[in-house]
Design a protein around this ligand. Structure first.
Ligand code: BES
Ligand code: ZN
Ligand code: ZN
Length: 491
């Protein structure tokens, strides 16, 4: 779907449908609402008066109009309380409109500006909302898809700076397309996206958008001493990779942010094998890695003023004949020895070597993201991403970026008391810390590998996959954190 701006009066815009967000309790007494009401034989007043529509979030009414508008249909959406409305509301409204109109025979629609939010930011949010909403995860159905496709969304705003509006659309398009690219990769099954294929995706993104890329193979990882990652990989016949994508700021910058994403293309648990029930979901254990590639795809186009490296350690976690055993001791690239108590706690094992490599490459700040623990869903459900780290300023910056783009992050503590739980009898550290505070002990393990570099860890195991569809979102990979990461490095 294309997105364009149009500064003409809504009545002159040629399209199949007009979309109008209405706030709770709002009546068509003046302005745009009153005008449209007048042109449509008072349909807005009548749905409000007969109680069919009150502007609450989630409400919608679809009307065929007679009147003298060029558009023959009107979609009214409840926008909730005006004083609580943010760009996240715009994102949700545009997404709801796109999904609802796609299921009807609509091809083009105009989304009318209703809020007083800054025009660029709200154009960006509307573009993101609509494009993210149209993501379609059912790639492998072979029967004819009769689903209607939307061709054009027009952002109609008569007032305001048109160049800001167009810049917002452009940025929204870059971010949404990159997020959807990441979601497609996450959605692929483990037999399709292997570590080699994940690296191929990263290579084609790098080529298309002008990033440097280096894909380390097993031999180079062995030279570098990445024993923790290689220990996980040895149970699989698929060769592991360490993908490194580099964006260089156009004017020299002292700051290099490393984004590190877990890329387990399938997590069986290894010898500590997972129960078969639900194991198919473990194809999304590379969501952190795909999100990193998606963020780099957007960053390459937006071109922020700081250097960014995306690092994706990627392998399968399989229980092959050469697989590592519970009790094995491996030596990480940092030189620390690790007792592998549970081979299913593999994410931290591949990430620790990637974190060491990030420091080797000169990262001045690090953020990693990973579907690391089932425990995070127990703590925060599917609502908040857990954030933990060693530097409050850096954590606060990431939470603030999340707030700006409508992604929720909640900080968990990471104080030295938890170090006790990952003490090993025979090695420097062990890879599990028992049943208590699983998300925290996993993060504590990672913390041991970053020293004093400002670092934050995002556990996305609870949020990277939408279990239930929403009016504005499909079931499946959510693409969570692409927006946060892009906002973080671009602002
Ligand atoms: N990939 C899983 C975590 C996960 C669980 C992601 C559910 C998404 C949904 C991770 O590798 C894992 O297995 N973690 C274990 C750690 C435990 C063995 C300490 C877990 O959370 O059970
Ligand atoms: Zn696991
Ligand atoms: Zn895993």
């Amino acid at each position: 779907m294309q997105v364009k701006s149009d500064n003409r009066n809504y009545s002159e815009i040629e399209c199949d449908a007009l979309v109008l967000s209405i706030f709770e309790g709002e009546k068509p007494e003046s302005g745009l609402l009153a005008e449209i009401d007048k042109h449509t034989g008072s349909v807005i007043s009548s749905v409000i008066e007969n109680g069919e529509f009150s502007g609450k979030t989630g409400e919608s009414v679809y009307i065929h109009t007679t009147g003298d508008l060029k558009a023959r249909r009107l979609l009214l959406l409840g926008a909730g309380k005006a004083e609580e409305f943010t760009t996240e509301g715009v994102r949700r409204m545009a997404g709801t409109a796109a999904r609802s109109l796609r299921s009807r025979k609509t091809r083009t629609f105009a989304f009318l500006r209703r809020s007083k939010l800054e025009i660029g930011a709200s154009a960006q949010a509307a573009t993101e909302g609509a494009l993210l909403a149209l993501f379609d995860p059912d790639k492998y159905h072979t029967s004819d898809k009769t689903e209607n496709t939307l061709e054009l969304m027009i952002l109609a705003a008569q007032e305001g700076d048109a160049s800001e509006l167009n810049r917002g659309i452009e940025r929204g398009r870059i971010i949404a397309e990159s997020t959807n690219f990441g979601r497609e990769v996450i959605n692929e099954p483990g037999n399709v996206v292997t570590p080699t294929v994940l690296a191929k995706h990263a290579e084609s993104v790098a080529k298309e958008f002008g990033l440097e890329i280096d894909v380390l193979d097993e031999a180079r990882m062995r030279e570098l001493g990445m024993g923790a990652l290689l220990g996980v990989a040895q149970g699989s016949v698929e060769p592991p990779k360490m993908i490194v994508m580099t964006y260089k700021a156009q004017t020299a910058s002292q700051e290099t942010v490393a984004i590190v994403g877990k890329g387990i293309t399938f997590d069986t648990g290894g010898i500590s094998i997972k129960p078969s029930d639900g194991m198919e979901k473990m194809k999304y254990d590379m969501a952190g890695g795909a999100t990193t590639i998606a963020a780099m795809r957007a960053i390459a186009q937006i071109k922020p003023g700081i250097n960014v490296i995306g690092i994706i350690p990627t392998t399968e976690n399989m229980p092959g004949g050469k697989a590592q055993r519970p009790g094995d001791v491996v030596t990480s690239m940092a030189g620390k020895t690790i007792e592998v108590i549970n081979t299913d706690a593999e994410g931290r094992l591949i990430l620790c070597d990637a974190l060491t490599y990030a420091r080797r490459l000169g990262a001045t700040r690090i953020v990693d993201l990973a579907t690391l623990t089932g425990a995070v869903s127990i703590a925060l459900g599917d609502v908040y991403v857990a954030i933990l780290g060693n530097n409050q300023e850096w954590i606060d910056a990431i939470i603030a970026a999340g707030n700006r783009v409508g992604e929720k992050l909640w900080q968990l503590p990471l104080t030295p008391e938890y170090r006790e739980q990952i003490k090993s009898e025979i090695a420097d550290i062990k890879n599990v810390g028992g049943r208590k505070a699983g998300t925290i002990t996993a993060a504590y393990f990672l913390r041991e590998f970053v020293d004093d570099v400002p670092w934050a860890h995002l556990d996305i195991a609870g949020t990277a996959w939408n279990e239930t569809g929403k009016p504005y979102l499909a079931v499946g990979p959510s693409g969570v954190c692409v927006r946060t990461l892009v906002d973080l490095v671009c602002n």
